[in-house]
Design a protein around this ligand. Structure first.
Ligand code: SF4
Length: 258
């Protein structure tokens, strides 16, 4: 692991580290000897995840990791690429950075309607390939509590299903797992810690990132929170209190369609 020379002893750091460890242990995310690929976009969330994973942890078994950045190839991304590379090198992280044209391809004329679908697909495909090349058995993403809440709503509003991102997901028949160590961490605190540590955040150059469904749902939740400040917390907790008997069963008509 990278040796971090800065002293990390703020209350916020200890709070985030504690909840990261709780999530890792509660969901059995990391086992002894695991090799993690940590997806690093250069945004605040992924830089915080990298920093937290590079801490000495009390209850988490020994593991190693490599940071992987897939550069999307949007305009002006060269500067961001250089900043991130400098940061990873300075902190002695092991890393792979790859330049791609996934961004422009996903926004090309024939795919303008839904760039996110193709973009996520192509990016993930490359991440899985790099994980295999580097001998990683787990892929850690920087999705946090708020992402999980928003994804539930996005899937309901636009996908007609009740589902979200899970803390640990088995893929390729169990050969690999996706893990989300920041499952229990609130976005607000992650951003605050990022500022506190002055990480070199790279702005997302994707034109869709400002108008995506996620942005819409985030704003909607902000609006609802003004009347009920517990709304995010309630939605998060509701995902562990599902009462299947009080949901709609498949009708005969639905069954015949499936
Ligand atoms: S917002 Fe942009 S970078 Fe993010 S998934 Fe959609 S197209 Fe890709």
């Amino acid at each position: 692991m990278a040796e971090n020379k800065e002293i990390r002893n703020s209350r916020l750091y200890l709070h985030l580290k504690k909840w990261l460890e709780i999530a890792i242990c509660d969901y059995n995310m990391i086992e002894k000897g695991d090799k993690l690929l940590v997806g690093v976009s250069g945004g605040a969330d992924s830089l915080v995840l990298l920093d937290l994973l590079d801490s000495s942890m009390i209850f988490v078994p020994a593991f190693s990791f490599i940071a992987v950045n897939i550069d999307m190839g949007f305009d002006n991304s060269y500067r961001g690429y250089k900043i991130l590379e400098k940061y990873l090198r300075k902190n002695n992280y092991r890393y792979v950075m790859e330049k791609t044209d996934i961004g422009p391809v996903s926004h090309s004329e024939y795919n303008k309607k839904n760039p996110c679908f193709l973009c996520s697909r192509l990016r993930r495909k490359r991440i899985f390939e790099i994980a295999a090349e580097e001998g990683c058995n787990k892929i850690a993403f920087a999705h946090h509590r708020d992402d999980i809440i928003e994804t539930l709503l996005i899937n309901m509003f636009y996908g007609r299903e009740i589902s979200t991102m899970v803390p640990k997901q088995r893929i390729f028949g169990g050969k690999m797992h996706i893990i989300r160590p920041m499952t229990l961490l609130r976005e607000e605190l992650i951003k605050k810690y990022c500022k506190e540590r002055q990480f070199p955040v790279i702005k997302n150059a994707c034109p869709t990132s400002r108008i995506s469904k996620r942005v819409y749902v985030k704003k909607l939740l902000d609006k609802l929170s003004r009347d009920n400040k517990d709304i995010r917390e309630n939605i998060f907790k509701a995902m562990s209190h599902v009462k299947p008997d009080y949901l709609l069963p498949l009708s005969n008509r639905d069954r015949n369609r499936h």
